[in-house]
Write a protein that binds this ligand. Structure first.
Ligand code: 13P
Ligand code: SF4
Length: 322
């Protein structure tokens, strides 16, 4: 079926001005044609800009949903509109498919905060204590870990191990936020998300004073002091579900900027107040580089064969926890 750009624009017109849409349209048309020609699907994270999220993505969601859906993809080619660890996870779960990332520089401060050697040292320091690795890690780190988690399932994963103590890395704040909800003792690592670590409790107090009655939703990568003064903390999908379920009159999402745009499109009855922080890594993905990667079939994500099996096991163990 040909793409109806007018109908598509009606959907996004509240967050994309007509002049910008005119610039985006040729790439959106070309990408949708290329997807058919290449038998490709685009998986996009909730932090992608609305023209990607609503204009060209086939599957959108948080890290957990993208990992789960990557397993069920029928197409020959997966384009990951997100950061590098997400593309690696898709490749781990689809070793025979072509997985493309539009810009290999789309990294993550959490993934960069820890190496496989760090885990070996942690294991020496805490013998027998299982290692739970956030999916925001390299394949090499996943390979050294026992099981992965995301912000959407971290508590469940930690408790699924049935042990009194776990090492949870690399996000110190996520680990502390989970520790506050469980009896399992959590050993942390000092990694932080450069986007979420910048929020502070004073900002939330100022927001509440300026917008009485506002509902504050925070991502659990925020410092615990920020989560403590928020109304709810959850993964990007959990925040989106909260808005759909509770229909707050006014809301602020304490997270990356594109999240509010993407959620606002489906909820015209909710007013979104928008102080936010940009993730420079997520923002490396653009319509022109998605188009270019489908034209050239570059850059293909490859994982060292020696890491593949063990890294995949950590992700698969996570996905097996119900
Ligand atoms: P989610 O798993 O909640 O989508 O978070 C991923 C991420 O990178 C948040 O900064
Ligand atoms: Fe990494 Fe933070 Fe960007 Fe998410 S928002 S990709 S955790 S730097």
């Amino acid at each position: 079926m040909p793409l109806d750009l007018t109908q598509l624009y009606q959907r996004v017109s509240r967050v994309i001005p007509p002049v910008e849409w005119a610039l985006f349209s040729p790439d959106i048309e070309a990408i949708n044609r290329l997807k058919r020609e290449r038998n490709a699907v685009i998986l996009a994270h909730n932090y992608q800009t609305p023209e990607i999220f609503h204009g060209v993505a086939d599957i959108v969601g948080d890290s957990l949903l993208l990992a789960r859906e990557a397993m069920n993809v029928d197409a020959d080619v997966i384009v990951l509109a997100g950061v590098h660890f997400m593309a690696e996870t898709a490749k781990l779960l689809n070793p025979t498919k072509t997985v493309l990332i539009p810009d290999t520089r789309a990294g993550c401060s959490l993934a960069d905060s820890i190496t496989a050697d760090d885990i070996k040292l942690l294991r020496q320091r805490h013998p027998g204590v299982p290692v739970v690795a956030y999916v925001n890690t390299s394949a090499a780190v996943k390979a050294e870990s026992d099981i992965c988690c995301t912000s959407g399932n971290a508590k469940k994963i930690v408790e699924s191990l049935g042990v009194p103590e776990v090492i949870m890395l690399p996000d110190e704040y996520l680990a502390q936020n989970i520790a506050a909800q469980t009896n399992v003792k959590i050993i942390t690592w000092a990694g932080h998300c450069e986007v979420h670590e910048r929020f502070n409790p004073q900002e939330i107090a100022d927001l509440r004073a300026a917008h009485p009655g506002i509902t504050v939703l925070a991502h659990p990568e925020c410092p615990p002091e920020v989560v403590a003064v928020s109304d709810f903390a959850g993964s990007t999908a959990a925040m989106s579900d909260y808005v759909a379920r509770e229909k707050p009159a006014r809301v602020v999402l304490i997270t990356e900027c594109s999240m509010s745009d993407n959620v606002a499109i489906g909820h015209p009855g909710t007013e979104f107040i928008r102080p936010c922080n940009l993730c420079p890594h997520m923002k490396r993905i653009t319509l022109p580089n998605i188009r270019a990667c489908l034209e050239t079939m570059q850059t293909q994500v490859e994982i060292e064969p020696a890491l593949m099996e063990r890294a995949r096991q950590s992700v698969e163990r996570m996905l097996a926890v119900k």
